[in-house]
Design a protein around this ligand. Structure first.
Ligand code: NAI
Ligand code: MG
Length: 368
């Protein structure tokens, strides 16, 4: 059988630095676990603009649609801040998401015990936390028409429209139920059905998908504002949360920060399955290009490495190997390895990006 294909778009700023550690880990899985990927590298964001005058070349876009998964670092930086909107680095990322039709955005909030003190919550509330927020990514109020700033009488009015079709709700609900079956088998759907018609339809469709095809999964519904309260009051009550684009944007940031640093947060964005059953998929850390520390070897590579772990699990059906990688990360953190962003009040000496990579590779090696 042909090797699975990976397109790596390391991007700008710390993107290439953190991705450098991921490629070492990919190589390790090839040599030690007989899990070889055909890896291609290409440009996205500012570096693509520098070379091609566009943040995403058409050939790169075409390849992204063909490969089994795309792994992205980060895009942007001060050098590109004054570019025209149409060629800004983030347009490259937005084009990928749009043309790959990545409607389901997975944002885990997982607490590594060694970092529990980083949370703003009491330790017992988050120790062992493992929740997954599924955010609808391609529709809702960020895209609905009409939108704009209009004249109305003698003042202006700003308009955005929350709009969801049944099929858009149906497909993201399915993706949440599928995920729940591989985890704690529990889904909580969040909307504002009390004040929004789009929320009424959301609740109805999620319930219907559940009753028809996923009756074995435990389903509850919650108003999104209560959901925000519950996330900070007792986050461990949740397994999978599914919600729309706007609420998901806010709730996923809130949930993510329960567990500490931006340098630790991975994400996946999934689309419709291909013929072989694999969803179109883009994996990337939540953080940006961190121009303030770029080029200094200070960046934490774990968010990007955990994004590759998600790729192993969700694109390549290698849940055990993903767990091996996550356990290696848990181990190095428990042993005290800390990049600068993970230094607590007790101080100490931070390790570099590549030293964190060394430590994780050593822990992987020890796992054999
Ligand atoms: P950022 O996430 O790049 O940085 C925020 C803060 O977190 C900085 O102090 C940075 O040093 C730190 N940080 C981020 N990732 C880290 C890591 N792996 N290890 C250690 N520290 C880390 O967000 P910011 O500063 O708002 O944006 C910087 C640039 O990145 C901008 O050009 C922005 O447009 C772009 N950006 C790109 C994103 C993407 O590619 N998906 C997402 C967010 C921002
Ligand atoms: Mg956000």
């Amino acid at each position: 059988m042909a090797n699975p294909t990976l397109l790596i778009l390391a991007g700008d700023g710390i993107g290439p630095e953190v991705m450098g550690q991921v490629t070492r880990i990919i190589d390790w899985f090839g040599v030690k676990r007989d899990l070889t990927f055909d890896v291609e590298h290409d440009l996205v964001g500012g570096c693509a603009y520098d070379k091609h005058g566009t943040p995403l070349h058409d050939d790169t876009m075409a390849r992204a649609l063909e490969v089994d998964a795309v792994l992205l670092g980060a895009v942007g930086g001060p050098k590109y801040d004054n570019l025209d909107f149409s060629v800004k680095p983030e347009r490259g990322l937005l084009r990928l998401r749009k043309e790959m039709d990545l409607f389901s955005n997975l944002r885990p909030a997982q607490c590594f015990d060694a970092l529990a003190d980083f949370s703003s919550l009491k330790k017992h509330l988050i120790a062992g936390l493992d929740i997954m927020i599924v955010r609808e990514l391609t529709s809702g109020v960020y895209f609905g028409e009409p939108r704009g700033i209009f004249e109305e009488g003698n003042e202006r009015v700003g308009i955005n429209t929350q709009r969801y079709t049944e099929s858009e709700i149906d497909r993201v609900a399915r993706s949440a139920f599928e995920l729940a079956r591989r985890r704690g088998n529990k889904v909580c759907s969040m909307e504002k059905a009390n004040v929004m018609e789009s929320g009424i339809l959301w609740r109805e469709v999620v319930q219907k998908v559940h009753d028809e095809d996923y009756p074995d999964v435990e389903l509850s519904h919650m108003y999104a504002d209560n959901g925000a309260m519950q996330l900070v009051r007792a986050p461990k009550q949740f397994d999978v949360i599914v919600t729309d684009n706007l609420f998901g944007d806010i709730l996923s940031d809130c949930a993510a920060m329960l567990t500490g640093s931006l340098g630790m947060l991975p994400s996946a964005s999934l689309g419709a399955p291909n013929a072989d059953g694999r969803p179109k998929a883009l994996y990337e850390p939540v953080h940006g290009s961190a121009p303030d520390i770029a080029g200094q070897g200070k960046a934490n590579p774990i968010a990007c490495i955990l994004s590759f772990a998600m790729a192993l699990r969700y694109s390549f059906d290698q849940g055990e190997e993903a767990a091996r990688l996550e356990a290696a990360i848990e181990k190095v953190l428990a042993d005290g390895a800390r990049t600068a962003d993970l230094m607590g009040e007790e101080g100490g000496t931070p390790i570099s990006t590549s030293e964190m990579g060394d430590a994780i590779l050593a822990a992987l090696e020890a796992s054999l």
